[in-house]
Design a protein around this ligand. Sequence first.
Ligand SMILES: [Zn+2]
Length: 271
Amino acid sequence: MANYLIAVDMEGVHGVVGEAYKGLLSELAEYKKAVVSATGEVNAAARALFDSGAENVYLWDNHGGKDNLYMELIDSRVKKVDPPKEMITRLDFLKDINVKGIIFIGYHSREGSINGVLAHTYSSVNIQYVKINGKPVGEIDVDSTIASFFGVPALFVASDDVCVNQAKEYDGRIETVITKIGTGRNSAIFRPTEVVLSEIYDGVKKAAKFDYKPVKHEFPMEIEVRHTRVESAAWILEEKKKELGDRIAFGDDAHILKATVNDLHEFRLVV
Ligand SMILES: [Zn+2]
């Protein structure tokens, strides 16, 4: 019997495009729609996992560093994990729960993606890109990279077509479902709810059987982050130097910070 983790963000769920400049701020009607869509997707995924013989299904509700879903509407067999909200400890709870893989629901494409609905990497205001060993990455890549050091692979991703393609670039073995076709930052062609939910059920059932090891990552790793404001880059550089010393410095210009990291703690310090 296996355990699984469902990791939930909100921007990638079906039926939702957010609003220009506001994204999915919690006072928006689009946010409320996203909560309903995410609830349906999580329940479809959870049912598929339990129908596949899962012993424990854990839920990590991580959009905006807060609780978004009403647990009373989520399959009662699902157990919520409640890690500290700080980025630095993201996914540390994997050491306490022995999971076979991660099911990503509602994640989105990386900052700068053309036609990626609500594309961003942590902050569309502050961060213009994150690169690992020269390759641009998004939040699925980062969370999957961290999880790989706990021996946990990414098994499934449901999101818009742009994010699904990026997930497959990260690991071609991941099972995917397209929730909507992105036609702009805040526009998409929606696929019908019942089609999306039944495809998620079928896709997660298939993914639950996968038995592969995570993508292998090795230290040292080169991380590059382009900050929108030079003020932030300068301040962050001074802060991170306290731990990384000369292994963090400006890149080609004063927006860009480049670091060589030697372990997971340092990785999370700069990503
Ligand atoms: Zn989010």
